[in-house]
Ligand binder design. Structure first.
Ligand code: HQG
Length: 183
């Protein structure tokens, strides 16, 4: 099953590049890059489905995915967002769109409206450029997620840092509640 193979490969790559690279004897550089060959070597050691893994499998994984999670460039690969590794990646702050969205569970909304959006287990808060994407993100947590709108440019003006993840995902430091509203 080609699709199952690529999805499980993506989950493993995400674990390696976002969360626990040391378990794969990988070290992310300051911007999250590793050498493709080092990643392939580590995954091949798992034997089983990935014993003969090639760069092209990573390319197919990226091309067939519904989200742009990874960047494969020459001999390097990195995850674009989602990191929980202890050393915060070096990112360039940027001016966000006027409004960004965040989908979450009903259970979390009250506390978010009281204390703001926090990165929780990741390096940054994750925001979506459109409502549909944010609702999809929220559906990972609840069947009927709550959609929040963030006044991103106002928050930016007030000193909150934003960073571009991919074409749909923006990252931010803690977003105080005053910039957040339920849609
Ligand atoms: C919530 C997926 C209590 C927040 C997605 C969220 C995304 C709070 C959860 C990416 C809180 C953290 C990230 C507070 C925030 N109190 N709960 N003060 N502040 N929360 O998974 O944004 O498929 O770390 O609402 O598509 O859900 O992996 O963040 O529910 O882009 O590529 O704490 O992960 O991408 O959950 O998702 P997460 P997220 P991938």
């Amino acid at each position: 099953k080609e699709r199952d193979f690529l999805v499980s490969l993506s989950k493993r790559v995400s674990h390696a590049l976002r969360h626990e690279p040391w378990l794969y004897e990988l070290e992310l550089d300051q911007e999250g890059w590793v050498l493709v060959d080092d990643l392939l070597d580590a995954l091949r050691e798992d034997q089983g489905p990935w014993a003969a893994l090639k760069r092209n499998d990573l390319a197919r994984m990226i091309a067939s995915a519904d989200k742009k999670r990874y960047e494969l460039e020459g001999d390097r690969i990195r995850a674009l967002y989602g990191h929980s590794v202890p050393d915060v990646l070096r990112r360039t702050p940027a001016l966000p769109p006027m409004t960004l969205f965040h989908g979450t569970s009903p259970a979390a909304v009250e506390i978010i409206l009281a204390e703001g959006l926090k990165p929780m287990r990741r390096q940054h808060v994750h925001l979506s450029v459109d409502r549909v994407t944010a609702v999809q993100v929220g559906k990972r947590r609840a069947m009927l997620p709550v959609l929040l709108a963030v006044q991103a440019q106002v928050a930016h003006t007030e000193g909150v840092s934003f960073y571009e993840g991919n074409d749909k995902v923006w990252l931010a430091d803690v977003i105080p509640a005053q910039f957040i509203a339920v849609v």
